[in-house]
Design a protein around this ligand. Structure first.
Ligand SMILES: [Zn+2]
Length: 469
């Protein structure tokens, strides 16, 4: 390779032909052809200065417009020049590079040009093996597109199941502005575009831009994908996708890759950006699952607190209703209030008539646990019930809880003698006929229904009836 110091731009795109031009070939063409190219680049430049957007040559790296320059005398040279600043472009002649750096960049440019071509050939070759693919072409641009300033040179273009699809290979520098411009163009033209990378490098801006733009999908033709394609005989990408994962109630995103062939790709007509994995849909599903899981945990915690309340109540009765256990019981009610399952009706848990000595809670617990609670240890459960049937509630009546206790007997079936059992049956019949006669003697007090449903869920079906109310 001869070294031409002015040829910092190694590779240009000819917008008219769609061809790549190696800077070195400028030296091999005849004067008439070179002058024609130079004039055409210059007139496009003049046109742009007047506000137009005509372009003849583009820098293969930064895609900025180029014009042509020459040196006639001495060591003759011809070269491309960026029209304006392009400081991020390694081929920009305004960058003060040492000759060695320039040499290295030129070499890199050549390598990349060749590699880019290899990727395009690879894509085109394997697309041609796919029976769903037709009309494969590489680098074709119509003259009218150039004239309209809408020149686009897709690396590989084809029809996939009748849908227009282009592949753009991004090996090195493609600036986001250029990516966006191309995306917009293809979207407007209703052509699907897949950006193909040769490596997955999250520290490369182009890769991250693409990842977050395209539903966190990146199509990569890395060594594994090239091998898989050859092994399977089907064009296959390493499909990098970001997966949301639920870890300790938080969502963390992790990158994973899996092989993806075109058959697994979705072609959305809103963005025209094919994808194989839908991050947002996954995340939404995960959030729904998370809230369901949270609800389950909350309910479990609530149920546990309710059980603890019952345990504290039993402690309280077994301590002969001392103040310490009473305070523990009441402060437990205060803690229950923190739960989203708390309801105003549960305030009655604090009422002495409910939780106190010989109160409703102690009778129900005695029946359920089949042992006297809050009553003398010498009592039988029958005796507790018998006493309970005669307990009034405030000014509500003498048998305000009789029906409730009869229901509890029926439900929990505590141990009792045949004689006691028969006494209760007779009592129940008496209550029923009184209620049927619309009398008030056994009318049931319903103020504790909600807390009874909470603490004694087995009684819910009875409490749901209007009997005795
Ligand atoms: Zn450039």
């Amino acid at each position: 390779m001869t070294y031409h110091p002015q040829q910092t731009v190694k590779l240009a795109i000819d917008c008219l032909s769609g061809e790549m031009i190696q800077a070195e070939t400028l030296l091999q063409i005849d004067e008439a052809e070179f002058s024609g190219m130079r004039r055409s680049a210059m007139s496009a430049r003049v046109e742009r200065k007047r506000g137009g957007n005509t372009v003849r040559f583009l820098c293969a790296i930064c895609r900025q417009a180029l014009f042509l320059s020459r040196r006639k005398e001495g060591n003759a040279n011809r070269w491309f020049v960026h029209d304006g600043k392009s400081e991020e472009c390694p081929w920009y002649e305004g960058n003060k590079l040492t000759p060695e750096q320039t040499k290295a960049l030129i070499y890199r440019g050549q390598q990349e040009g060749a590699k880019h071509q290899e990727y395009k050939n690879f894509l085109a070759h394997w697309l041609s093996k796919d029976s769903h693919v037709s009309k494969i072409s590489q680098e074709q641009t119509t003259f009218s597109e150039v004239v309209k300033g809408e020149w686009r040179r897709p690396d590989v273009k084809c029809l996939y199941k009748g849908k227009p699809l282009v592949f753009e290979v991004q090996l090195s520098y493609t600036f986001l502005s250029d990516v966006i411009a191309r995306d917009e163009f293809y979207k407007r033209e209703k052509i699907f575009i897949v950006w193909v990378f040769s490596k997955f490098e999250l520290n490369r801006a182009a890769v991250t831009d693409e990842a977050f733009f395209n539903r966190r999908n990146v199509f990569v033709l890395d060594d594994e994908a090239l091998k898989e394609t050859t092994d399977q005989g089907v064009l296959t990408f390493s499909g990098y996708r970001q997966l949301p994962k639920l870890i300790n109630k938080n969502i963390y995103d992790t990158w994973e890759s899996g092989f993806v062939s075109l058959g697994y790709v979705t072609f959305p007509t809103d963005t025209f950006r094919p994808y194989f994995y839908n991050y947002e849909a996954e995340k939404t599903a995960l959030l729904a699952l998370q809230s369901k899981e949270l609800q389950r945990i909350q309910l479990q915690t609530w149920q546990q607190s309710v059980d603890e309340f019952i345990d504290l109540a039993i402690d309280h009765y077994e301590s002969d209703c001392d103040d310490d256990t009473k305070n523990a019981l009441l402060s437990k009610v205060d803690r229950l209030k923190d739960s989203s399952y708390w309801r105003e009706e549960f305030k009655a848990l604090k009422e002495y008539e409910f939780n106190g000595w010989h109160g409703v809670l102690s009778v129900l617990l005695s029946i359920k646990l089949n042992r006297p609670i809050s009553y003398s240890k010498d009592f039988t459960v029958y005796q507790v019930i018998e006493a309970g049937l005669r307990t009034s509630y405030k000014d509500f009546g003498k048998h305000a809880n009789a029906i409730l206790y009869l229901w509890a007997c029926k439900t929990y079936k505590p141990t009792m003698t045949t004689k006691n059992h028969s006494w209760i049956s007779t009592y129940a019949k008496k209550v029923k006929s009184s209620i049927d006669n619309n009398e008030n003697i056994y009318r049931r007090f319903t103020g504790y229904d909600e807390i009874i449903k909470l603490l004694f869920p087995e009684l819910r079906k009875h409490l749901a009836t209007t009997f005795g109310t």
